[in-house]
Design a protein around this ligand. Structure first.
Ligand code: IPE
Length: 243
């Protein structure tokens, strides 16, 4: 299968929301606008996935994942998705919000209608997915945006993947590195995660990336306007993960 011109961009929940310990549904409005402005300047052949930030993690802790809890978690994720997609729309982006609870399941493995996303991109939309709760084999479970990115990358075969985070890149021995390879794994710091995280921080993200069987350019960088512009232009930014 040929490699496409598609890019997949994950916007970490810590970029667009406040993930401090006591934050509950706290949007970082300026950061959100900055992210959406950068995306609006180059959104052809792109799929965006955003994290749940303080619109998801604290809810899982507070309400749990029984049906009522999961429903509350999902509704909060929808609120963030609505804010994100409305901001993009204001900047002229034909955003197509996709909500994983109604789109993904993980019964024997993670599954969704990938053709729908391909069709959306080919029809001139920007699909926007997000971390959410989904039906798993034994009930409701959390699906992180990182898992969505990896799942879609294996199937859509993008030319590049960007992880926009609240740190400058991946830290090895206390310093952000330009390139990261599998040998660096034991030395990775877990900066960029947060104590409220129910899906894991930087280390877990990188472990997932290295388990991916598909190969393409992958960058981890701070999600500000300039870095996002660079990633979307196809330039190197932050830490490049060498698979
Ligand atoms: C988490 O999604 C989803 C829920 C907690 C419901 P992510 O793991 O992608 O969110 P961030 O990027 O860490 O905030």
């Amino acid at each position: 299968m040929k490699r496409s011109r598609l890019r997949i961009l994950k916007i970490g929940g810590s970029v667009i929301t406040d993930k401090d310990e006591n934050a509950f549904e706290k949007l970082r409005q300026n950061a959100l606008e900055e992210v959406c402005r950068a995306i609006s300047e180059s959104w052809e052949d792109l799929v965006v996935v955003h994290g749940a930030g303080s619109f998801g993690h604290p809810h899982v802790k507070k309400y749990g994942l029984n049906p009522l809890g999961a429903s509350k978690v999902h509704l909060a994720c929808l609120r963030l998705s609505e804010r994100f997609c409305s901001a993009l729309s204001k900047f002229g982006v034909a955003t197509l919000p996709i909500h994983p609870l109604n789109f993904y399941t993980r019964i024997s493995g993670l599954e969704c209608d990938v053709g729908y996303i391909r069709r959306a991109v080919d029809s001139g939309f920007l699909p926007v997915l997000h971390g959410d709760v989904i039906f798993g084999r034994d009930g409701i479970e959390v699906l992180s945006g990182d898992d969505i990115v990896i799942h879609l990358a294996e199937r859509l075969r993008p030319s590049s993947i960007g992880f926009a985070t609240d740190v400058d890149g991946v830290m090895v021995n206390g310093k952000v590195v330009e390139k990261l390879s599998a040998e660096d794994m034991e030395k990775i710091g877990d900066e960029g995660g947060s104590r409220v995280d129910v899906t894991g921080g930087m280390l877990k993200k990188i472990q997932k990336v290295f388990r991916m069987s598909y190969r393409c350019e992958i960058f981890v960088f701070r999600g500000n306007y300039n870095n996002l512009k660079r990633f979307l232009k196809g330039e190197k930014v932050g830490t490049e993960v060498i698979l």
